[in-house]
Design a protein around this ligand. Sequence first.
Ligand SMILES: Cc1cc2nc3c(=O)[nH]c(=O)nc-3n(C[C@H](O)[C@H](O)[C@H](O)COP(=O)(O)OP(=O)(O)OC[C@H]3O[C@@H](n4cnc5c(N)ncnc54)[C@H](O)[C@@H]3O)c2cc1C
Length: 391
Amino acid sequence: MKNVSSIKDCYGCGMCATVCGQRIIEIRLNDDGFYEPHITHPDKCTDCGLCTSVCAFFHNERSAELSPIGCYAAWSSNSEIRHKCSSGGASYELSRHLLKHGFKICGVKYNPETNRAEHYIAKSAEELDASIGSKYIQSYTVDAFRAVNRNEKYLIIGTPCQIDSFRRYIRLFKKEENFILMDFFCHGVPTMHLWDKYSQWVRQQIGEGEFSYVSWRNKAKGWHNSWVMNIGNAKGNKVISIATKGDMFYRMFLSDTCLGKQCYENCKYKYDKSAADIRIGDMWGNKFRNNEAGVNAVISFTPIGEKLLNQTETLHIEPYKFKTVAEGQMKTSPHYPSIKNNVMDKLKSDDCTLGDTCNIVLPYIQRQKIKRLLRHPLRTLINRLRKALKA
Ligand SMILES: Cc1cc2nc3c(=O)[nH]c(=O)nc-3n(C[C@H](O)[C@H](O)[C@H](O)COP(=O)(O)OP(=O)(O)OC[C@H]3O[C@@H](n4cnc5c(N)ncnc54)[C@H](O)[C@@H]3O)c2cc1C
């Protein structure tokens, strides 16, 4: 069989379900809490091979071997927009510009009914608002990707693996010229078991019913301290929980202890590796270390991406070297943490609270910190010895 039936623990991008003409592929959460294809009627498979041909996980190489063309610090010239967005508001300004030029925008919003992040299509500035802000969970793509009309113009925003599959898809149908693809420097996505447990904890805090909005980042205390969860409901009950004060979602997510299998083992998209026209991110390096309004790192990989950046008048851009723009970004995948299985078991178990899981992650984080501190002087010593030996 040439279908995705044997594919497990993949990127979960949903492209196979999108392209399947028989509509027999569903994307479901697997036991570890990550999206994965499931063939509902194997007998109806025609062996056409479309599902594997658009799958970025199935292919060892990326759909495009691109190198950075332009590297910039960027931010919205509208201070209100800049304040609302996670970094500098580049994705919003590029989207707004393209909306004015007849494009639709396929980005990600939080859906309170399903309590998950979902791709959706914005056709107006009002509809675009829901895409503002990073949602640090894996997005469900299939409904939106299926609704994309390949004969119309779209900006597609997603994780680098989602975008790699999307390029395979539009190339297959010879429709690349209708699309602009944008990804971001991606840390990895955490298991939905973390999100479920965190949601349970939030419900206990706010007391009454479901919450209706979630915001993962907030610049009230500045961009560098913007790892703030703000979750609540229409009655005004809410939880505001800050990473620096031990927020449990961020403690788990940023410790890299519960990411997707492929985020550790098979990410082909770190640092300067992308299949997108444009890559965005936080410009965390030294250059803007005192800036608290928020600055995007922006890289163009194709002439289309470069042209868009230069044409978007509401986006301020400043050119820098790639190394400066990407300073602080991960160059390789995170190491598989020794406590990963233990963490996953606890997140899956109904008998464990999120607090229980955090209790095993905290000592791990502290051990990692000590290792890093020791490694630094050791590396300096080795470098000095090397230099002395060469001299
Ligand atoms: C899971 C994840 C990991 C990330 N890791 C890094 C990292 O390691 N380094 C770094 O510099 N930046 C990372 N980012 C990107 C960063 O958080 C900002 O989104 C980015 O800098 C854009 O900022 P902005 O101000 O332009 O837009 P924002 O206002 O943050 O808009 C975010 C854009 O991303 C899209 N989006 C939001 N959530 C998701 C999602 N779950 N899946 C797909 N698309 C989504 C939205 O449609 C919107 O267009 C990550 C984002 C996510 C979602």
